[in-house]
Design a protein around this ligand. Structure first.
Ligand code: IMP
Length: 198
């Protein structure tokens, strides 16, 4: 069985990754917790790819186990793509998800509803070893609403409605979010690759 270490401390992300990959064959998924690792990788890249690569490589370097990382951002069209790569610290360092959502809502308060289009983008990096790493991408289009709704999920989920739906990500069940999300799309690409690789 091939071991893969999920290079994240974010339990929401870990659960989503485990759920989308739950019946994958030939792979046993581990989290940092399983090895007592609490390392926080500094995400100072300027692209999702750079950050995803950095997370997977730094975690690989600790145990020499192939790693799978995710870097995600919310790109709002009227804000020229902000918060984008800087989504985690949009309202400042060490802020809450709520602080980030509030800052986003305040930046968009004068924007008409039909112009508040946005997309979540995820980049997954599978880092097998220094000679082999691959990226998988996922995108989910939608729009930002003016007041948070729902309590599931994390991050900007309460203010984002995926295209063609009327509920925010935070109002959807985990299963429903995981069937359409940016992260799930990228992970499905990884699955396709892994089916013929492992
Ligand atoms: P990260 O750098 O990939 O950990 O993600 C940056 C930030 O984007 C997180 O702190 C969250 O606020 C937000 N984020 C990432 N993934 C999601 C998601 O699936 N839904 C909502 N927000 C997310």
């Amino acid at each position: 069985m091939n071991k893969i270490l999920i290079a994240s401390n974010n339990t929401h992300k870990i659960n989503e990754i485990r759920s989308v990959l739950k019946d994958i064959t030939g792979i046993q998924l581990y989290s940092l917790n399983d090895f007592g690792i609490t390392t926080e990788v500094i995400e100072n890249g300027t692209t999702l790819e750079e950050n995803a690569f950095k997370k997977a490589k730094e975690i690989y370097d600790i145990l020499n186990i192939p790693s799978l990382s995710d870097d995600t951002g919310l790109f709002v069209d009227e804000l020229e793509g902000a918060p984008g790569v800087y989504s985690a610290r949009y309202a400042g360092e060490h802020v809450s998800y709520e602080d980030n959502c509030n800052k986003l809502l305040s930046e968009l308060k004068n924007v008409p509803e039909n112009k508040k289009t946005a997309s979540f983008r995820s980049v997954i990096c599978y880092y097998k070893d220094p000679g082999e790493f691959r990226f998988f991408k996922g995108l989910c289009k939608g729009r930002i609403i003016s007041k948070p709704r729902g309590h599931n999920g994390f991050g900007y989920d309460p203010v984002f409605i995926p295209e063609g739906m009327s509920k925010t990500f935070a109002e959807l069940t985990d299963e429903a979010k995981n069937s359409i999300s940016h992260r799930a799309i990228a992970l499905k690409e990884f699955r396709k690759f892994s089916d013929s690789y492992f």
